[in-house]
Design a binder for this molecule. Structure first.
Ligand code: GLU
Length: 304
């Protein structure tokens, strides 16, 4: 018997830039199951800030596929692309504290700067997701140059001054930060180490926010107490905790579940073109059969 938590709210927050695959089905069903076990709420949120890749038919596909799985969720559904002003307001708070700075560097500029470093790209540090750390090109330019570049226009991103952000949150918190991970059996306190991500982008050149910024803003706005999502996003939680403290947002608890892999051990992904599970539906598989392909505690794990 689990101990029920009061006012449990969790969510499934897909990005509509492809069809949902079995990994999404697992994540959504697991979140709904957790909510149910605590007499809590399961919320759906559409994370469509990537306006270059998000498509309305994928949003419809999400609604149809989740309904086919037997899930229900409160409406209206929060759509992130309708909330850019809210994310901009959060960014303004960080600007007011000089915690972010504009960055004009293109991918090419960043790659060139790293290649010019003494050890070259092979010795340059990478973040936990494997991306090379930002080499600080526009971080310490003087104020006059920054202002005149901003006046000139042209696209720029906003990056978090990570070292300053960490110093402020640890100061505010009276010591190091932690987040609670629930997926390891017993609840586990994990010490936040966001420095290994360097100066992450909080607003992109083409979009006035980023995943990290909008996800923490919306988890708080929707009163999410428990975040259920894949292990691929566990490292990002270190950044999210820092932002939550900077923006004075509550700390949810986290359940980062294992990722679904195909029989060869490769994890499913939209990018790799894994067919959505709607294909299985069209091929005549029943809802029960599809759920049975998922690992425990939802199915027997006999991936199709
Ligand atoms: N929108 C993200 C995705 O589809 C998930 C975000 C989250 O669960 O925090 O990968």
């Amino acid at each position: 018997m689990i101990e029920k938590q009061k006012n449990y709210v969790t969510r499934f927050a897909p990005s509509p830039n492809g069809w949902l695959h079995l990994g999404h089905a697992y994540s959504a069903l697991l979140a709904a199951r957790h909510a149910n076990a605590h007499d809590g709420k399961f919320i759906l949120r559409i994370e469509d800030i990537d306006t270059g890749r998000a498509r309305p038919h994928f949003v419809d596909g999400i609604y149809q596929d989740l309904a086919w799985l037997g899930l229900t969720w409160p409406t209206p559904v929060l759509i992130q692309s309708a909330r850019f002003d809210v994310y901009e307001a959060a960014l303004r708070k960080l600007r007011a504290r000089d915690l972010v700075y504009p960055c004009w560097a293109s991918r090419r500029d960043i790659a060139d700067a790293i290649a010019d470093m003494p050890g070259g790209v092979d010795n340059w540090p990478r973040d936990p997701d494997g991306a090379p750390l930002y080499p600080g090109i526009y971080r310490d330019i003087d104020d006059t140059e920054r202002q005149s570049r901003m006046w000139r226009g042209g696209g720029y991103a906003w990056r978090l001054r990570m070292d300053k952000a960490i110093a402020e949150v640890e100061n505010q918190n009276g010591g190091p930060l932690f987040f609670t991970e629930l997926a390891d059996g017993q609840p586990r306190k994990i010490r936040v180490n966001a420095a290994c991500f360097g100066d992450v982008v909080l607003a992109r050149k083409d979009v006035p926010t980023s995943y990290h910024l909008s996800v923490v803003v919306d988890d708080a706005a929707q009163g999410i107490t428990h975040i259920t999502r894949g292990q691929d996003l566990r490292a990002a939680t270190h950044i999210h905790r820092v932002l939550q403290v900077l923006l004075d947002l509550p700390a949810p608890q986290y359940f980062h579940h294992a990722l679904i892999r195909d029989p060869s051990g490769r994890r499913l992904s939209k990018q790799a073109g894994d067919p959505g599970f709607r294909g299985l539906r069209h091929d005549g598989y029943s809802r029960e059969a599809v759920i049975d392909t998922l690992p425990a505690p939802l199915g027997t794990g006999a991936l199709l």
